[in-house]
Design a protein around this ligand. Structure first.
Ligand code: GLN
Length: 537
């Protein structure tokens, strides 16, 4: 039966990076825990069609959905918090909207009309905002950027129109804002929030709920003041204090009755959620029984958003294994040779990150050689697997110039494009994206970790292990523990004479969810803990 879908719009004010994505995911989780079906969609006001081509410095990680869409990293938060699988329909950019509208215009679909932002662009946006109508109890639409940005305007206008069209009883506007503490005055200041709400009101949007991010507690008087100046009920001015871990945010919202207020306003009948499992999970993050030092070898080490999902997957796995993974960031472009080895001293495990291009690759290969020889647990992701194969080919199989076709033409391109990809390279469409099945070999660490014969993992890469070298690598002891069902593509490798040397051609981090974690990350942290306890024996 079609559902009477309610809509929540989440906007942000004052400044960026307040955590709209976490706010949306947290609210979504609370509603889901109350028994409602929820999905979350992100609207990004930039003109790029998707973030696939954007630098990690600009945009952070590119999150890949199971259907192979390259999306905003907030979708990662939604999937991790709610344990749901989203698709390309859950992320819309201004670029996609304009692309579709202009394509229709060229096809003559507007019948001679002048094509304008209102109504043509806003209609296209509303089409995406209502894509899940009838399918879920609640759709949360998060609008990227900050209120007042030129680019955000058509999206805010579309949400304003939806409030009228669907009716106020079915649409709520939640505004995330910032209440700064001015040290010299010793005071929290509400003016930035007042201005942000004023801007929203100029666009015709009256926020129903204000989530006020703050480093200090908001007194009743202050909340009253915000309520008065922003035309919002006092109980709907919600304090959103900084917390120790992002996974605490749903619990903190619940303590402040956010889910109750939302459900009342939207006439959604449900009980308050107990959040027992979630609370236990948060408690395990905050109070681990052990900790390990993990080297994170990559090239965007000073910009952690570039590796968001991996970092979160380590947190989830740490909770499952009751062991906190302290990450030591190692820049494989800056550090090589002795300096690199020095940086890796005292480490209990090494993770080699995914990446594109040759920068930092030689440092990654050196780090892998060290952990292979010293029996330190190693976990390679995508480019991490490719570097492990190159290292093995060079140092164990004796192919001195082994390398990847991504970095040039070498005598032994042990990593390369598959024959059917060659010649297509400049035409796009050569990237393997999204879910692919992988058959695990019995008796391997991979099979042990997953406890399944066939798995599905998400991909985002162009290059593969070159089948011409598989025989040689195998003869020298490399185990291909995961293969595509037709056996043509290497999906996982490991070494049987090493305590934990495991790598995947895919990105397991995109499948890691809070509470349950991901088997490979859990396996890696447990191996690191075993290595650490071996040191003290
Ligand atoms: N650059 C490599 C490739 O395209 C690896 C990509 C990755 O690590 N995601 O195959």
């Amino acid at each position: 039966m079609a559902k009477n879908t309610r809509y929540l719009f989440i906007t942000g004010g004052v400044l960026s990076s307040l955590g709209k994505g976490i706010a949306s995911a947290s609210l979504g989780l609370l509603l889901q825990e109350r028994g409602h079906t929820v999905t979350i969609a992100k609207f990004d006001p930039y003109i790029n069609v998707d973030p696939g081509t954007m630098s990690p410095y600009q945009h952070g990680e590119v999150y890949v959905t199971s259907d192979g869409a390259e999306t905003d990293l907030d979708l990662g938060h939604y999937e991790r918090f709610l344990d749901i699988q989203l698709s390309r329909e859950n992320n819309t950019t201004a670029g996609q909207i304009y692309y579709d509208v202009i394509t229709k215009e060229r096809q003559g679909k507007f019948l001679g009309k002048t094509v304008q932002v209102v109504p043509h662009i806003t209609n296209e946006i509303k089409k995406r905002m209502t894509a899940f109508e009838g399918k879920y109890d609640v759709v949360i639409n998060e609008i990227g950027g900050t209120v007042g940005d030129i680019e955000s305007l058509p999206f805010l206008e579309a949400s304003r129109q939806m409030t009228i069209e669907k009716g106020r009883s079915r649409v709520l506007n939640v505004h995330l804002t910032y209440v700064p503490y001015i040290k010299s005055a010793g005071e929290l200041k509400t003016k930035p929030t007042q201005h942000s709400v004023k801007t929203l009101m100029e666009y015709g949007i009256q926020p129903d709920i204000l989530l006020c991010r703050s480093e200090h507690k908001l007194s009743r008087d202050l909340r009253n003041k915000i309520a008065l100046f922003c035309n919002v009920e006092e109980q709907s001015v919600i304090e959103a204090l900084d917390v120790e871990t992002i996974y605490e945010v749903p619990l903190s919202y619940r303590r402040r009755n956010l889910d109750e207020i939302v459900c009342k306003k939207l006439d959604l009948k449900s009980e308050r959620p107990k959040m027992t499992t979630w609370s236990r999970f948060v408690n395990k993050i905050k109070n681990p029984t052990d900790e390990v030092e993990i080297a994170f070898v990559g090239k965007y080490t000073e910009y952690h958003d570039a590796y968001k999902s991996i970092i979160e997957a380590m947190v989830h796995a740490g909770a499952v294994a009751n062991t906190r993974a302290n990450l030591r960031w190692v820049d494989s472009e800056q550090l090589q040779g002795e300096e690199l080895l020095k940086e890796l001293e005292g480490i209990h495990g090494v993770l080699v990150a995914p990446g594109f291009g040759s920068r930092g690759v030689e440092g990654k290969i050196q780090a892998i050689e060290m952990v292979r020889r010293k029996n330190i647990p190693f976990f390679g992701i995508c480019l991490g697997l490719q570097c492990a194969v190159i290292e093995y080919a060079r140092n164990v199989c004796g192919l001195k110039d082994a390398n990847s076709g991504e970095f040039g033409k070498f005598e032994h391109n042990v990593i390369d494009l598959m024959p059917d990809q060659k010649g297509l390279v400049n035409k796009g469409g050569t990237m393997r994206l999204g879910d692919y099945p992988c058959v695990l070999k019995p008796g391997t660490r991979a099979r042990d970790a997953y406890k399944k014969d066939v798995i599905n993992e998400r991909h985002r890469h162009r290059y593969e292990v070159n089948n011409e070298y598989r025989g040689l690598l195998e003869e020298h002891g490399m185990v291909f523990s995961g293969l595509s069902p037709d056996g043509n593509l290497v999906e996982m490798i490991e070494l049987s004479d090493h305590p934990w040397f495991v790598a995947g051609q895919f990105h397991p981090e995109f499948e890691s969810t809070a509470v349950s974690g991901h088997p490979l990350f859990v396996g890696f942290i447990k191996a690191a803990r075993a290595y650490k306890s071996g040191l003290s024996d």
